[in-house]
Design a protein around this ligand. Structure first.
Ligand code: HEM
Length: 171
């Protein structure tokens, strides 16, 4: 029953839900960045709204952050059980990238940084975040095959991106 839910359980559920919403938004932004030239006409809606999708991902992850900070506040022991030091270090760096990319997702920053530096930041940031998502879900496949539904599309998107980037696939 819903009322049997403890605050800790509710917060953990929120953390997991925001992580999965973030994964969907992230994947759309990640794949459309490579396909923006090739699929421009077919998926013009997503192409035009890529920046909004990216910022929505950042917002969803802001909620993820507020929720894990809440878990830390209400039950620090449980927080350290579910958030290992590697989660905090690698996840923390993930937040640095999310913040940097969200703050530079505007025309003014592109002009100020120059397209080359802007692209380097956003490329490294996106591949790094892909790695964090992958490292979070891939080890869990062994315990629950359901996670294949997350991990297989993630790998497919990565392969597709690499094929398009290396010009081995023309869509
Ligand atoms: C300091 C930074 C971070 C902390 C402390 C943190 C904390 C947490 C915690 C406590 C959970 C827990 C879950 C549970 O109850 O089982 C979780 C899950 C997760 N986090 Fe974060 N997180 C951080 C950053 C990130 C970043 C940057 C990403 C992705 C780019 C991310 C993606 C995920 C994913 C994919 C899950 C698994 C959710 C699921 O089961 O579906 N986290 N995080």
């Amino acid at each position: 029953m819903l009322t049997d839910f403890t605050l800790q359980e509710a917060v953990r559920l929120g953390i997991r839900v925001t992580a999965r919403i973030s994964l969907i938004l992230f994947s759309i932004a990640f794949i459309t960045s490579s396909l923006r030239f090739t699929l421009k006409n077919k998926f013009s809606f997503w192409m035009k709204n890529r920046r909004t999708v990216g910022l929505s991902f950042a917002f969803s992850h802001l909620i993820h952050g507020i929720l894990f900070a809440t878990l830390y506040t209400v039950d620090p022991e449980l927080f350290y059980q579910v958030a290992k030091p590697t989660t905090i270090i690698f996840g923390g760096l993930g937040y640095v990238f999310i913040l940097a990319m969200a703050m530079t997702s505007n025309n003014f920053s592109i002009q100020k940084l120059g397209i080359k530096r802007w692209r380097t930041l956003h490329t490294i940031g996106m591949y790094y975040l892909w790695f964090i998502f992958f490292a979070s879900y891939a080890p869990r496949v062994a315990g629950n095959l359901y996670f294949l539904f997350l991990v297989v599309p993630m790998l497919a998107i990565l392969v597709l991106k690499i094929l398009v980037k290396t010009k081995r696939l023309a869509l």
